[in-house]
Design a protein around this ligand. Structure first.
Ligand SMILES: C[S@@+](CC[C@H](N)C(=O)[O-])C[C@H]1O[C@@H](n2cnc3c(N)ncnc32)[C@H](O)[C@@H]1O
Length: 494
């Protein structure tokens, strides 16, 4: 009987791992499908142009050159993506046979987190003092609102499992030549002055399947899946998130969202010591900038993130950036809508704006991959944290009450919860999934629930902000985000 139970458990774990490998393969395939999907868009725009009557074409004779420039920008973005994938060390054995999932009907899309309770949720490694963040692993971010909201809603269960850790890895070699990289760095202010004189599709084709033999085995094209376009949209959203977190252009958004949080932390913890820094948890840490800034303020900070899309990218920037401005990406090329000028659409963005390893992080900085609910509802997390910071995170919940409950549990008595964000519930429009749960409370109700969990309001205001916005776009979605500081009552006052 006991043996049977052990066997069943082993079988269950094997299936879960196979499912996770399949999920990760799909995410990697989405990244690898980026150049092809972007090229399809350019071809569509070209087809429309070709349908124009000659007199109209004559008025728009600059467009063919724009299409070529777009292709070159796609190649540069693809270069960045491929560099990122080359150094990604999958936390799982990617060579295993995942057909097992099909047989076991485990790969159905559902929106619940699919991770196993039996897996160790604390696979987070702390940073070394030498600077890099050794961690991680997992999905999110099109337009600002779509980007903010849809990512999570579009994410199938397979991408939402808890994640292990992305460790520092050895770089392989991409068949895109250094020349491409350098051309990227030579781009002019107008976006694309120095177009390479050879086939601009060279690099994108290179990253779209023809992976060189020096690339990691798990990038083998034969292992790649055909992914739906919505998956590639998530890659485009990640590119926008890179601007929010890691570009000078994102400074305004960071000033709106991150700065008030950082100022609040400084006010609440005035006497931070290096020897015994206060601890701070950042659930839904995205690409890690806020967590890094908190660490640099003198906190032992842990970011938590369950999206492999996000984790692959944050690990790349946090662990592998050698210098500020090392890469050039073209985040705004994927939409022709609401552009004041083509130059705005084609403008380059340098990333990262700072060198993370030299930013002055405090020991104990880590990024923990996994579902917030699963990881932090573990009893070992009770009363561990001095502060919890949630930024554009609360509304990612299926059950926001559960999030509040866990935040209260993980805080020490007297600990603080700083929140900034709207209530654009990510699962609110998942009406196609009958089993989907989405508890959508008003701000008043959220605050009432927090009081029930022993929180006392210390500060509250509204902050007007954007999320992954193209600052030169004619369309700017604005949020009037709730910003609060609550303190968990001490045992004596409960
Ligand atoms: C709207 S983004 C905000 C990211 C970041 N805090 C910022 O302000 O840019 C929400 C993030 O929470 C992550 N997330 C959603 N549900 C999660 C969960 N249950 N556990 C951990 N992370 C989650 C998403 O993957 C996404 O990166």
């Amino acid at each position: 009987m006991l043996n049977m139970e052990i066997e069943e458990e082993l079988e269950r774990r094997k299936l879960e791992e196979a499912l996770e490998v399949k999920s990760l393969r799909r995410i990697i395939s989405a990244y690898l499908n980026y150049p092809e999907a972007a090229e399809e868009d350019v071809k569509r725009w070209e087809r429309s142009f070709r349908k124009l009557p000659p007199r109209h074409k004559a008025l728009l004779s600059h467009l063919p050159l724009k299409f070529q420039k777009l292709r070159w920008c796609i190649a540069q973005n693809s270069y960045f993506i491929f560099e990122m994938l080359k150094v990604f060390e999958p936390p799982l054995d990617m060579s295993q046979d995942v057909d097992i999932c099909e047989n076991q009907h485990l790969d159905v899309a559902s929106d619940s987190h699919h991770s196993s309770k039996s897996r160790n949720p604390y696979l987070c490694e702390s940073t070394s003092t030498s600077g890099g963040v050794d961690c991680h692993s997992l999905a999110e971010p099109m337009s600002e609102e779509t980007c903010y909201r849809k990512f999570r809603a579009l994410t199938n269960v397979n991408e939402e499992q808890d994640v292990d850790i992305l460790k520092k890895s050895n770089a392989g070699k991409c068949s895109i030549s250094l020349e491409d990289h350098e051309s990227a760095n030579n781009i002019g202010d107008d976006g694309c002055k120095s177009l390479p004189d050879r086939d601009p599709l060279y690099a994108s084709a290179c990253c779209n399947g023809n992976v060189s033999s020096s690339s990691p085995d798990w990038l083998d094209p034969s292992l790649q899946l055909h992914v739906p376009l919505v998956d590639v949209d998530k890659v485009r959203c990640i590119i926008r998130n890179i601007v929010r977190d890691w570009a000078k252009e994102g400074q305004q958004e960071r000033d709106q969202c991150y700065r008030p949080i950082l100022e609040e932390l400084e006010r609440l913890f005035p006497n931070r010591s290096k020897e015994n820094p206060p601890s701070c948890l950042v659930p839904g840490a995205g690409l890690g900038r806020l967590a890094l800034e908190i660490s640099c303020l003198g906190f032992a900070c842990q970011g938590n993130e369950f999206s492999y899309y996000m984790m692959i990218c944050s690990s790349f920037i946090l662990n592998h950036a050698q210098a500020a401005g090392e890469w050039t990406i073209f985040p705004w090329i994927h939409s022709n809508c609401n552009s004041v000028s083509d130059n705005d659409q084609l403008r380059p963005v340098s990333v990262p704006d700072i060198h993370p390893a030299s930013a002055g992080i405090t020991e104990g900085f880590s990024m923990c991959g996994g579902d917030f609910v699963e990881v932090y509802s573990d009893p070992s997390q009770a009363g561990v944290w001095d502060a919890v910071v949630t930024c554009f995170f609360l509304d990612t919940a299926h059950n926001i009450v559960e999030y509040i409950e866990i935040i209260s549990e993980v805080l020490k008595d007297g600990g603080v919860w700083i929140n900034l964000g709207p209530l654009l519930y990510h699962f609110a429009d998942m009406y196609s999934h009958e089993d989907e749960m989405s508890i959508e409370l008003s701000l008043e109700d959220v605050k009432r629930v927090a009081l029930q969990y022993g929180f006392i309001f210390e500060k509250e205001s509204t902050i007007e902000t954007t999320y992954t916005t193209n600052s030169r776009s004619m369309m700017q979605n604005r949020y009037y985000a709730a910003f609060w500081t609550m303190r968990k009552k001490t045992a004596a006052t409960l």
